[in-house]
Design a protein around this ligand. Structure first.
Ligand code: CA2
Length: 148
């Protein structure tokens, strides 16, 4: 495993960020969020890759690839698959590095179907409700753990 190699996975519909529902998800686009992550990662010496997919199987394939390419951590916002996908949970269970689950909104303040997360059964940490700052906080936490 390569120290300090992180994969950021964004799930379905997150490509629409910035265009709709800014009251819930903020006004930044996914590109804004990724650019901030690339900038922070560069400052901290992390090798970062950010990917978004609307397809469950593609997200699973990306987790599988991360098992084999030396990725040391995954930051994942599984979006709606958070609440439905045993398959993504199983893929993450086969990944040996750290997993941090991020949600832009505070899912616990919302509909009850958003209160349960399959991914949380695997995640080492969960961040919800901090908007795009949640992704940066996740990277900070990984960096602090790597340098502890
Ligand atoms: O709060 C989050 O980050 C969520 O993972 C976002 C998901 C939602 O299903 C989860 O319960 C919580 C939805 C992402 C949809 O993003 C959109 C952004 C702009 C316009 C429409 C959808």
């Amino acid at each position: 495993m390569t120290q300090n190699k992180v994969l950021v996975l964004h799930g379905p519909n997150l490509n629409l960020l910035g265009s709709r529902q800014p009251d819930i998800y903020g006004s930044e686009t996914l590109e804004d969020i990724n650019n901030a992550l690339y900038e922070k990662a560069a400052m901290r010496g992390w090798d970062i890759t950010c990917r978004q997919s609307n397809h469950e199987g593609e997200l699973i394939d990306l987790v599988h690839a991360a098992r084999l390419d030396g990725t040391s951590a995954i930051i994942i916002n599984p979006a709606a698959y958070t609440h439905t996908s045993v398959a993504i949970l199983d893929a993450l269970n086969a990944f040996e590095g750290k997993v941090i689950e991020v949600h832009l909104s505070n899912v616990h303040k919302r509909e009850t179907f958003r209160h349960h997360s399959y991914v949380s059964l695997r995640a080492d940490g969960v961040i919800a409700g901090l908007g795009s700052q949640g992704y940066l906080a996740a990277l900070d936490a990984l960096d602090a753990a790597a340098n502890a």
